[in-house]
Design a protein around this ligand. Sequence first.
Ligand SMILES: *Cc1c(COP(=O)(O)O)cnc(C)c1O
Length: 381
Amino acid sequence: MKQSLLSQDASLIASTYAKVDAEFVFGKGAKLFDSKGKEYLDFASGISVNALGHAHPAITKAIKEQCEKFAHISNLFPNEPQIKLAQKMLSLTKFSKAFFCNSGTEANEAAIKFARKYFNDRIEIVTFVNSFHGRTYGALSATGQEKLKAGFGPMLAGFKHIEWNDAEALKKAVGKNTAAIMLESVIAEGGILTPSKKFIKTINELKKQTGCLVIVDEIQAGFGRLGEISGSEFFGINADITTWAKALGGGLPLGMVLMSAKVAECLKPGDHGTTFGGNPVACAAGLAVLEIISKPKFLANVRERSAQLKEGLKRFGNVRGEGLLLGLEVQKPVAEIIAACREQGLLVLRAGTNVLRLLPPLIITKSDVKAALKKIDVAIG
Ligand SMILES: *Cc1c(COP(=O)(O)O)cnc(C)c1O
């Protein structure tokens, strides 16, 4: 008898993930189909990656066309898809220069390095409890969740973790040795926590008073998910550096740092680098996505679907988040509800300990949202 993929996976792949028994064969738009022909509405989007859903023709075309030219040339030469994507992202934000890498954690590593290089004599990075910035040592040191660090110590020196939305504690923590305050525009995986107005005001004031930089991690919330390209602009956070990944590569691995002119000025050849970063195929895919999501009508649909989903979720419990990064506080164990949703043909995620995280693709329609709400109703009831 043929072994299930899950059992083969268990014997061959290191067990760093708690995987689910599902065998997906293909996807189309907001839907995934498994080997038994069962249809799922994908409100997980490969963890905020598949902004245009599955198998979007514009992405497929961009990947195919670039592969036929070349798939890789290294960063020793300028590459056109990279330049086009940088140009488009910079035109949609207030930043001056871009650095490309392959993933979110790498974008945050680069941001931390650039902030320290900018000052030379300031090493402290202030971040927040419950935050998630990635799994490599710099990004993991920045992450404010102790459970992710257990057994991997020591972390990098110079990181302080302050309670989220605690403006007073932040004022005490930031000083003349602070290189940067680093935050997610919305704490995503740590519980879907938005920043308060007072908290944002304090961050912007501290930046002025101490001259520290502000790094905003846009990896999960940015790139259209809040109904705007940039989460920091959505909330009015005055960032010097922003980091991007997840949806940026249209399903291919791609990360990016955007920075102000003064940060860019401290970098010279040899300071930082990556072999694959800004790979032409990934950049071509990313540009195809960005051209679609940056259209006002597309972003308006994100905001409308967000309002519809929020309104519909209310009757099940407290709703958190913004845009299509929404969390539903649940009373029963989240894992059980996620499994019950999957049974109903709906893929959802967890955030923190008691929050159901909904990350639908940004292309969802009114009827997709209706269908998802029906499935959640059955799963919770
Ligand atoms: C996913 C994520 C990261 C890490 O990205 P990887 O590509 O998995 O390294 C960092 N920050 C946030 C907010 C994320 O959601």
